[in-house]
Design a protein around this ligand. Sequence first.
Ligand SMILES: [Zn+2]
Length: 429
Amino acid sequence: MKKNISFPHPRVQIADVIRRIYKTGLTTTTGGNISIREENGDIWVTPARIDKGSLNQKDIVCVKKDGTIIGPHNPSSEFTFHKAIYDTRPDIKAVIHAHSPALVSFSIVRKTPNINIIPQARHICGPIGYANYAISGGAKLGEVIAAEFSKGFKSVILENHGVVLGGVDLNDAYVRFETLEFVAGAIINARTIGEPVYTSDEQIEAWESQIPADLPEMNHADHSPDERSIRESISELVRRGCDQGLMIGSSGTLSVRWKEDDFLITPRNVPLWEIGVEDVIQVRDGKREPGKLPSRALHVHARIYKENPHINSIIQAQPPHVMAIGVSTAELNVRVIPESWFFLRDVPKVEFGKQYDQTGTIANFFSPTAPALIIRNDSIIVTGDKLMQTFERLEIAEFTARLMIMGETLGEMVPMNQEQIDEMIDKFD
Ligand SMILES: [Zn+2]
């Protein structure tokens, strides 16, 4: 995943990513380290023993090809294994190592997550390697990790320790990390609330071959003021979705109807948290804005707008707790509290693969009293009039799934009964 802009200085990239990892609770102040290798062989790396919460770009150390250290600190004590990975894999230009909670949970029970739980994870993370335990900072750890990378893995679980991810650049490694942690968390929560349901390789291949070709390009996009303001609202809410933990960078699509069947939609191949106003793509008269690649979900969104004149915005996302339900035998029960039922109504779950069904099955699920739908092993689609209303529904869906999962460990959940639901309908509808 990369954007068509020149990357900032490695120091800036590393400081940004470590801040993001710390802010999202995916490392402690001491755990984890990040590096970037330059074409000339120099490696930029996070320093040893510096609090991750206050680290800034001036703290990032450069280890020259000849071993000279430049910077105010010593390099991370785990630098040896970063170097061992680069020596083994010329294609890898950035490495992230973290002690993130869901993946460390897998490492302490000595398992690797089955990435067939979310098809796009297989594509992003690839098969997962497993490195046996060796003491941190020692040469042995470098050897066992490099041995896994030499088999072609880009994602490796470290026994009783954490995870290491490689990438062609830091964004690529980060998206892989975030996706794998997400998958691990989804499996853990799916086991709390039900039984995980995995997709087969055949199902994934069938799904991939169904994705329609891109729309033809239009000559010129029409950037009228109303179009500009839709761009602004999409870019603002997609960032907010990432900050609030409702979306991960590698997956999710937002769109807003502009006029009639024309709409604006988020791109693919750009991490969601990086989407700016200029990245949003106009779709007009069945054509796309020139030079830009829209989300692969475009055809689903187009169909939903066509079949549902009342829908003016759509968010398709993978909030972690909703997805625990989405990848398991459990159902999202919105009858837990009035707010959930009132905003979402009953949320059906359809089989994986339905999203690219050209008969429009997905589009016909929606109505003014059925604004949301879960696609198994894929995503939740929420719809609404204004984008903010749709976003609010997404938040409530995640909140509902979260409280169902938390309640599961306490006792048997008792939903509101039909009489209580009818009472709400009489009062508010
Ligand atoms: Zn470590």
